[in-house]
Every structure is written in structure tokens, then in C-alpha cells.
Design a protein around this ligand. Structure first.
Ligand code: SAM
Length: 289
């Protein structure tokens, strides 16, 4: 009788362990299926995005009609969908003066569009001397040097709390900026690294102007655009849904700082003149999103 009880107890323990083992194996398999499904969904999203980029690239190549294909894009370089937006804007608006924060393939694209419309010049602020030369070489290789100037502009804090481009070599007789493309400095240099662009350049902008922001879906750029909207309420903001995010701000009157945002960033420079370049006072104080 006792041996029967021991046998049955042993059997129960065995069955319990077996059930536990099976449950563990099933859990493991379910997790693997879940992860594989996630990978498949990501691959699907990436494939759709890649297709959109290929379409934009084909449209861009066709629009620019260069003798050589464009250099590699995405990653550090602007994505084809963003650069297509920039190209379309230049071709449509026919700006006389384009200013760009950070140089590269974007400079080449803008310079070629200016060559096509037969007017204008792009000035590209570049903090990295090596990269500035790379862009100059690129422009020369494509025969576009006369349409673009890469300005050596190391990052410094002369007018801003966070490092921004030196303005020392911006030509003193620069015509009002019709179009501003913001794609630098790199995010790693500071929190809200690109925020100073508009406060610093507002006083140089034309009465009618367009600002194009790359990487606009990153938390810092979302916050930056939010602050700009408060600071310069006269602009029309459009979300352009590029892969890294793109926002356009169109102004049809001079950029002057608005009232009542309550942020230090709205404080004018020491002269107190609205619309003059401002000191970016608030940025250093906030933490990275
Ligand atoms: C976002 S990138 C600018 C890209 C540029 N507007 C374009 O579309 O080609 C910002 C800065 O990163 C730097 N940079 C560009 N390519 C880089 C790379 N492969 N590695 C490290 N830094 C790079 C350059 O100094 C550039 O000004």
C-alpha cells in the first residue's frame, strides 16, 4: 500500500515537472515567434520606407539631370525625400540667397538647382574643416563651385549658450536670406543644438522667406520647432512627413520675435531690438529629451 502511495506521489511530481517543462518550452517558442513577428513587421516598414526613398532618389536624379549620379545619401547625409523637398523648394521659389547650416550633398543639390534656375548662391556654414573641404571638392567635381560657398564656421559660444556656428566669415554684404536649410550642428554637440539657427539668423532673413528643418521628428527638433513657433508666430508651419521628419516654416513678413512665450529664449540681445539676432539663453539650462 505504502509503495503504491510513493509511486503515485512520484508520478504526480513527474507529471507536474513534465507540464512545467512543456509550458517553459511553449513560452520560449511563443517568445521567439513574437520576436520574429516584430522583425518581420520592422522589415516590412523598412522595405516600404526604402521604396519611398528610391522613388524620391529617382525623382531627384531626374530633376537635377547631373552628368554623374549623386553621392550616397541617408545616415549623416540628408535622405532623398528630404533633399527632394529642398530641391523642389529652390526650383519653385527661385531664391537669391540660400543659407545652410551644415554642408554636404545638400549643398550640391541646392547649388545644382540654383544653376538650373540661373540665379542665386548658397552659403553653407560648416563647423568641421575637413568636411568643409570634402564638400568643396564635391562641388568642384560636379562643376558647381561658383554657385556655392562653404563657410568655415567652427562651433563656439560667442553669442549662444550652446555651441553654434561662428558667424565671423559670413560675408558682411550678404543679401537677405530667402531660404534657410537647418541640418546642423550634429545633435551630439549639445541639447537643442540647432535651436540658435533662427534666433541668430532672424535679423538676416528676407521679408519673405522659407526655413526647412531636417530631422524634425527627433525630440530635440520637435522641441526646437515648438519654441520657434512661440518665438516667431508669423510663420506658417508645414509638416512634410519625410523619413527623418521635415518641417517647413514659411514667412511672408520680416521675422520679428513674438511676445509672451515666457521663455528666456525670447529675450532679445543686449540692444533689445526685436528681430535682431538673439542670444540663445534658455538652451543650456534644459536637459536632453
Ligand atoms: C547631418 S550632417 C549634414 C549633412 C548635410 N547637410 C547633407 O545633407 O549632406 C551634419 C554635420 O555632420 C558632419 N558629418 C557629415 N558626415 C559625417 C560623417 N560621415 N561622420 C561624421 N560627421 C559627419 C558634418 O560636419 C556636417 O556638417
Amino acid at each position: 500500500m505504502n509503495s503504491m502511495i510513493v509511486y503515485l506521489a512520484g508520478l504526480q511530481i513527474f507529471l507536474l515537472l513534465l507540464t512545467l517543462g512543456i509550458a517553459l518550452v511553449l513560452l520560449h517558442k511563443t517568445r521567439k515567434i513574437h520576436l520574429a513577428t516584430y522583425d518581420l513587421q520592422s522589415a516590412g516598414r523598412e522595405t516600404r520606407m526604402l521604396f519611398a526613398q528610391i522613388q524620391s532618389l529617382l525623382a531627384l536624379e531626374r530633376k537635377l539631370g547631373l552628368a554623374e549620379p549623386l553621392p550616397p545619401m541617408r545616415g549623416w547625409v540628408g535622405s532623398p525625400d528630404f533633399l527632394l523637398r529642398v530641391a523642389n523648394s529652390v526650383l519653385e521659389r527661385k531664391p537669391e540667397t540660400v543659407m545652410e547650416c551644415s554642408s554636404g550633398v545638400s549643398t550640391l543639390v541646392i547649388a545644382r538647382c540654383l544653376q538650373i534656375i540661373g540665379r542665386g548662391h548658397v552659403y553653407s556654414l560648416e563647423h568641421d574643416a575637413t568636411y568643409a573641404n570634402t564638400t568643396r571638392d564635391l562641388l568642384a567635381r560636379y562643376g558647381l563651385s561658383e554657385w556655392a560657398s562653404v563657410i568655415d564656421a567652427p562651433l563656439q559660444t560667442e553669442h549662444t549658450e550652446t555651441p553654434w556656428y561662428s558667424e565671423r566669415l559670413i560675408p558682411s554684404d550678404l543679401a537677405p536670406i530667402d531660404m534657410l536649410v537647418v541640418d546642423g550642428p550634429p545633435a551630439t554637440t549639445a541639447p537643442l543644438a540647432r535651436f540658435p539657427a533662427l534666433p541668430r539668423l532672424a535679423g538676416r532673413m528676407a521679408d519673405r522667406s522659407l526655413v526647412i528643418v531636417d530631422d524634425a521628428s527627433r525630440p530635440d527638433e520637435v522641441e526646437m520647432v515648438k519654441r520657434w513657433r512661440k518665438l516667431f508666430p508669423g510663420g506658417v508651419f508645414t509638416d512634410c512627413y519625410c523619413e527623418k521628419g521635415c518641417v517647413m516654416l514659411a514667412f511672408d513678413r520680416p521675422l520679428t520675435a513674438g511676445q509672451g512665450s515666457g521663455s528666456d529664449a525670447t529675450r532679445p540681445n543686449s540692444s533689445g531690438t526685436a528681430g535682431e539676432p538673439m542670444r540663445d539663453a534658455a538652451v543650456g539650462a534644459r536637459s536632453r529629451a
